[in-house]
Design a protein around this ligand. Structure first.
Ligand code: PLP
Length: 375
């Protein structure tokens, strides 16, 4: 009898022959089903576009020539991004199908025997996953218990490993921490003799400032951003700015038509209406402060400072609280088992004012139930 193709344990001889052992050993990236839930697990902007804008966008998209390949220079879109996102003059951007694709372009371009990627952790999981897939060795350097950078440990690890690529998420995911800017730039300077440092500003729209202006001071600095957290997660568009000599090399690894024409058109349209998304981000920053202070008032909850559109909290028993929240139709991210430093932590995306109230009420109940229920 043939093994069932849906049985994960199946030892299909063809699969075993064809697929790499490390890939077979991996588990798939799991996205939980959020149907019917208050969805606060993925750092999405909860606000839809105003109806009028959606109508205009529909008309714009209707004119797109779907039968044609994109023009692979993406000149108009790149120029609009450079203009709207304060990319320093003389600097260009490279576009990715989400910053996830940019991370994988960097891995592919930098991989080689004995080459390494380094990042503080807990951090964004794709840095390590992408590095390993490309055959790079990944080195994680623990943050301090309050999730700030351990600068001496970072500098020591840089000197020891001389990584080709270092990632620093600014602000960091899943902690929300805005690392000290001077320390970040010290790391960029320390890595300059042997490696690039990618400052990942995925949460830039919610942070007090950007490190983009520092770009001309370092030829090994790569500034990466995405429109996902700003409110366009569905169109998949990320970009990175760096010295032209570096970007030219990364561009050779980029699949030529990686941004589809619908994404290109929608992004150009939204850049003309950036104020709408920026107002939504401002509203979320206000809601983040409100949510953080209300969370801190719940007994037994520790709230960590956040410069992103989510808040990391620590509760007495994250597994029980998470399950009790799911039972109340609220989905957050249980980060408690992602890293030793994240024990009993939950990551909560800032939602609409209404969603945040639902979360707070459900969390108050969940904390009660979880403290009284036996194991
Ligand atoms: C969400 C996230 C990304 C991925 O962004 P996409 O553009 O949606 O692929 C990159 N970096 C960090 C730190 C993130 O949290």
């Amino acid at each position: 009898m043939n093994p069932s193709p849906t049985d994960p344990a199946c030892l299909d001889p063809l699969v075993a022959t064809v697929i790499r052992a490390d890939v077979r050993a991996q588990s798939a990236y799991h996205v939980p089903d959020a149907a019917g839930m208050v969805k606060l697990d993925a750092m999405e902007n909860p606000y839809p576009l105003p109806a009028q804008l959606r109508q205009e966008l529909a008309l714009r998209l209707a004119d797109v020539a779907l039968n044609r390949y994109p023009v692979p220079s993406y000149l108009a879109l790149k120029q609009a991004i450079c203009r709207e996102q304060q990319v320093p003059s003389g600097y260009d951007v490279l576009l990715g199908n989400g910053s996830d694709e940019l991370i994988s372009i960097i891995s592919t371009a930098c991989a080689g025997d004995g080459r390494k990627v380094l990042a503080p952790e807990p951090g964004f999981v794709m840095y390590a996953a992408s590095a390993r897939l490309a055959g790079l060795e990944y080195v994680g350097v623990p943050l301090r218990a309050d999730f700030t950078l351990d600068l001496p440990a970072m500098l020591a690890a840089l000197a020891q490993h001389r990584p080709a690529v270092t990632y620093l998420a600014y602000p960091n995911n899943p902690t929300g921490t805005l690392f000290d800017a001077q320390q970040v730039l010290q790391i960029v300077a320390a890595a300059a003799p042997f490696g690039i440092v990618v400052v990942d500003e995925a949460y830039g729209p919610f942070a007090p400032h950007s490190l983009m202006p520092a770009l001309p001071r370092f030829n090994n600095l790569v500034l990466m951003r995405t429109v996902s957290k700003l409110g366009l997660a569905g169109i998949r568009l990320g970009y990175m700015a760096a010295a032209p000599a570096l970007l030219r090399q990364f561009d050779k690894v980029r699949p030529p038509y990686n941004i589809n024409v619908l994404t290109e058109t929608a992004a150009l349209f939204m850049l003309e209406h950036l104020d709408v998304l920026q107002e939504q981000a401002a509203r979320l920053r206000v809601a983040r402060a409100e949510l953080s202070s209300r969370l801190a008032q719940l007994g037994g909850v520790e709230v960590f400072p956040s410069a992103a559109n989510f808040v990391l909290i620590r509760v007495p028993d994250a597994d029980k609280v998470f399950a009790a929240l799911v039972a109340r139709k609220v989905l957050v991210k249980n980060a408690g088992r992602m890293h030793g430093l994240l024990q009993n932590c939950l990551r909560i995306t800032v939602g609409t004012e209404h969603e945040n109230l639902l979360l707070l009420a459900a969390l108050a109940e969940a904390l009660q139930v979880s403290s009284s229920a036996p194991d």
